[in-house]
Design a protein around this ligand. Structure first.
Ligand code: G3P
Ligand code: CA
Length: 270
């Protein structure tokens, strides 16, 4: 099967807001995602984890300690526990009153993020990363696809037309997604150029290659090989102007960045 070609921006590259506009606002909050949409991002990236009572929430770390005023593992807390926490005030030198507004900085469920995207007034894609899904033996993917189904997003007409894609460092997680929802694109995240990847091959069930920028810098030829093998390439986390330039030169399909507004202006799109 050929790899899906994601929607391209006018400059030929899709700009994806990593954890929202996370340089400007507290990551994974409505404040950060709203800012990313205002900045003109083509897509939003988020990490998802399951709470103790089975809700998918957008949190990067295993624990809430770094990004909230609480403590503990997400998997040990219930949604109501998380809802009582402040996910905004940790961010340095808050300049925006939004960061003090609990409606914009309390824990973000994936369901709420899907609502935000569907109300955006323009197409905004979503790149959802499953974090440590093996711990849950399929539950993360099952609940994720059930939720996407409620929004009519689990069975797009084709991968090319899907506004949602699932990313993971876990090939097994992507395999599960591909088996249950073959038209939802999967992105295999990687830090290192393994022998298989150097040959331009991805694990079964993975369609798009998701290398880190360090790997792209050290192995630009691997990116070319992956693309020649028919895999779109989405690079993370691309914040420096020279790295944006490198990605453009290599012709990658998407860059995932903490500063979508800055990158869009570098690309002449704002
Ligand atoms: O977009 C992929 C990238 O987010 C993977 O790394 O640690 O930021 O989730 P991390
Ligand atoms: Ca991520």
């Amino acid at each position: 099967t050929s790899a899906p070609q994601p929607r391209r921006s006018q400059s030929g590259i899709q700009v994806v807001a990593h954890r929202g506009a996370s340089e400007d606002a507290p990551e994974h909050t409505l404040a950060a995602y709203r800012k990313a949409i205002e900045d003109g991002a083509d897509a939003l990236e988020c990490d998802v984890r399951l709470t103790a009572d089975g809700h998918l929430v957008c949190v990067h770390d295993r624990r809430v300690d770094r990004t909230s005023n609480g403590r503990g593992a997400v998997s040990a807390l219930e949604l109501a526990d998380l809802a009582a926490l402040d996910f905004g005030s940790w961010k340095d030198a808050p300049e925006s009153p939004d960061w003090k507004d609990p409606s914009l900085t309390s824990v973000l469920t994936l369901e709420r993020l899907l609502e935000l995207v569907s109300d955006a007034g323009r197409r905004v894609d979503l790149a959802i990363e499953t974090k440590h899904p093996t711990r849950w033996a399929g539950q993360v993917e099952e609940r994720l696809l059930t939720l996407l189904g409620r929004f009519g997003l689990a069975a797009p007409p084709s991968p090319e037309e899907s506004p949602v894609r699932i990313m993971s460092f876990s090939a097994r997680s992507l395999h599960r997604v591909a088996a249950a929802a073959p038209a939802v694109p999967t992105v295999y995240l990687m830090q290192f150029a393994t022998p298989r990847v150097r040959d331009g091959r991805l694990p079964a069930g993975s369609r798009i290659a998701g290398p880190g920028i360090r790997m792209v810098r050290s192995h630009p030829g691997v990116v070319e090989r992956l693309r020649r093998a028919g895999h779109a390439v989405h690079v993370w986390t691309v914040n420096e102007p020279e790295d944006v330039e490198l990605c453009v030169d290599l012709g990658v399909e998407a860059i995932i960045t903490n500063r979508p507004g800055t990158v869009l202006s570098q690309l002449g799109r704002s």
